[in-house]
Design a protein around this ligand. Sequence first.
Ligand code: C2E
Ligand code: MG
Ligand code: MG
Ligand code: MG
Length: 287
Amino acid sequence: RVKGEGRGAVRFFEPAMDAQLQARRQMEHELGLAIERDELRLFYQPVVHGDTGEIEAFEALIRWQHPDRGLVPPAEFIPLAEQTGLIDRIGAWVIDAACAAAASWGRPWPVSVNVSPSQFQHTDVPVMVASALTRHGLDPARLIVEITESVFIQDADAAVAVLTRLRALGVRLALDDFGTGYSSLSYLQRFQFDTIKIDRSFVGRLAQHADTLTIVRAIVNLGHNLGLRVVVEGVETAEQLGILRGLGCDRMQGYLFGRPAPVLAVSDLERARTRALFADNLRRATA
Ligand code: C2E
Ligand code: MG
Ligand code: MG
Ligand code: MG
């Protein structure tokens, strides 16, 4: 329709809006069935030690193996899951599947899982975690629960209570996407995490912006002075690796060391490959 046709012009948008809403409803419906249809997958990405390239842990990252759409990344369905409450069931599946996987690995690598604020509010995460650990016989010290600062927005006291119960189980806690939220420092002071993960948006700007370098250095020093592990996410280039090593960064995660991969790739072979790759990249970075 042509602009200026008055109220009629509104109709132009209706079918499109309808289609969008329809698609959303369809996706919500399908996502609701994804667990029983066995379409959810966990991929695992290594976190490596900054000096040796040795694997420290794996982060479990969800994907949806959709019959028509193929492998759907979390950015395309986790927000919908969070808006609709489906995340509570999906999140429970993630905890269980990650514990099962880690228990099956030939080595005692820890596994990290991402937990949404909604799960903290609507489900009993510590009970879920405890039963998954028992069910799969996984040492609690091998599970790392990753949360973001947004978990404190709704009800900080309730969130701290949940974190305290998780710690009492012996699981480790990581503060994810550090530096992108707000009041990060007060949360660090109020509640001792084991690990902070510096958001990858910082790493992307490292080489270009002196200010970014200063910020990352400050975060790394702060973390280390508080006795925390500091993981930098999104390390893609040898140049970044070199800079980060210069800052005293000792834990890293990124495509340079390994992309998220299905469980079959998590093997001693993978470990050897990561180490070799690391040595190679390091040689180039410092050449
Ligand atoms: P996150 O927890 O910060 O996970 C790190 C993300 O950075 C992953 O994206 C990973 O693939 C990506 N990444 C790692 N290294 C690099 C790199 O060198 N370059 C680039 N460009 N990206 C890198 P992914 O797997 O797409 O996950 C995105 C986000 O979705 C996660 O961010 C997390 O917030 C959320 N998510 C993933 N799995 C789950 C889950 O099981 N439950 C919940 N609630 N959220 C999840
Ligand atoms: Mg994470
Ligand atoms: Mg995240
Ligand atoms: Mg992150």
